[in-house]
Design a protein around this ligand. Structure first.
Ligand code: TYM
Length: 330
């Protein structure tokens, strides 16, 4: 079975971007592949979160993944910081990662712009740590949203560089999405991608109440409708259709598609329908996650068992990497 790795940072409540970019793929992939899914708590340290909040968020991300349908019996589910081999591989890969290429990464440049006072080395080497997460399991498929595409390209470069210099160890990892293109869910206000930290009123969280879901969708950006038949959809309208395709029936989608193409779409009606279908989608996840999140004993058992499995394979990779690099003495 092909090996799959993917992670989610423990920076807050998961939202629909996380669900449709990543988790939805995880749930299907667990039936087909050898999957390693983890909470990227090290990656969330770049912004120095309060330790108590960070702990809570790790439990939350695990609970929300399980509530969404991830089965800890089928996948290896763990917390990144429980796998010291990842940190060791990160150190080794850092020798092959150049300052210039790291500074050019668009996500790094964004962070520098947003917070020029906190440009730490962890932020600069973020893609190297990500590469270590993936290569330590020698994964070939990485289910992620569109925003991670460039990081994956760097991971392939680092893998090649290691293989060329020391001998083959790492297959190249590629981003993966069922369907075709990688997913990018936009914020409901039409400004950029949906994210954990952007405007809360334009992000649909997996723990939103039914009323919050309805209200946020009601306020989602629309306009006065298409002026010509069969015209192209603006981004923010396209986003509503994307969400509708994910949670509504094909007949519903087709109904509004046709209305759009004939210029008689009523966005109020569309948003009402989408709101109801979204409530039906999110409510069961919210309720399950709330229950699981309370059960720390259960979550602890899952993360310990996951860490044991992930470490077993990771340490094999490290012993081969050390051998190839000439640093195996003990
Ligand atoms: P993070 O925590 O920001 O997001 C987790 C996953 O959700 C996807 N995602 C989206 N997809 C579509 N539309 C959106 N608006 C949207 N917002 C988030 C992300 O693409 C991601 O798949 N660096 C990663 C975490 C990570 C990782 C890894 C991923 C660390 N190591 C190794 C894969 C492999 C991140 O910050 O994801």
């Amino acid at each position: 079975k092909e090996i799959v790795v993917s992670g989610i940072r423990s920076t807050g409540i998961l939202h629909l971007g996380n669900y449709f970019g990543a988790i939805r793929n995880y749930i299907r992939m667990q039936e087909e592949f050898n999957c390693y899914f983890f909470v990227a708590d090290w990656h969330s340290l770049t912004t120095h979160p309060d330790p108590k909040d960070l702990r809570g968020n790790v439990y939350r991300v695990l609970a929300e993944n399980i509530a969404s349908g991830l089965d800890p019996e089928k996948v290896t589910l763990y917390v990144q910081s429980d796998i010291p081999e990842i940190a060791e591989l990160y150190l080794l890969l850092n020798m092959m990662a150049y300052k210039g290429e790291l500074e050019k990464v668009p996500t790094f440049k964004d962070k520098v712009r947003q917070n020029p006072d906190n440009v730490n080395a962890g932020l600069l080497t973020y893609p190297v740590l990500m590469t270590a997460d993936i290569l330590v399991q020698r994964a070939v498929k990485v289910p992620v949203g569109k925003d991670q595409e460039q990081h994956l390209e760097m991971s392939r470069n680092f893998a090649q560089r290691f293989n060329n210099r020391y001998g083959f160890l790492f297959p190249e990892p590629f981003p993966f999405n069922y369907g075709d293109d990688l997913v990018r869910i936009m914020s409901l206000d039409g400004n950029g991608k949906m994210s954990k930290s952007e405007n809360e009123n334009s992000t649909l969280y997996l723990n939103d109440t039914d009323d919050a879901i309805r209200n946020k969708i009601k306020k989602a950006k629309t306009d006065s409708g298409p002026q010509e038949e069969n015209s192209e959809k603006p981004d923010y309208i396209n986003n509503l259709f994307t969400l509708m395709k994910l949670v509504s029936t094909p007949d519903t989608v087709q109904f509004f598609e046709e209305a759009f193409n004939k210029c008689n779409i009523r966005y109020g009606d569309m948003k009402k329908q989408l709101g109801e279908d979204m409530v039906a989608f999110i409510a069961p996840i919210r309720e399950k996650a709330a229950a699981i999140q309370q059960d720390h004993a259960y979550l602890h058992r899952i993360m310990r068992e996951g860490a044991d499995k992930a470490r077993a394979t990771a340490s094999q990779t490290l012993s081969e990497a050390r051998k190839l690099m000439g640093i195996n003495f003990y």
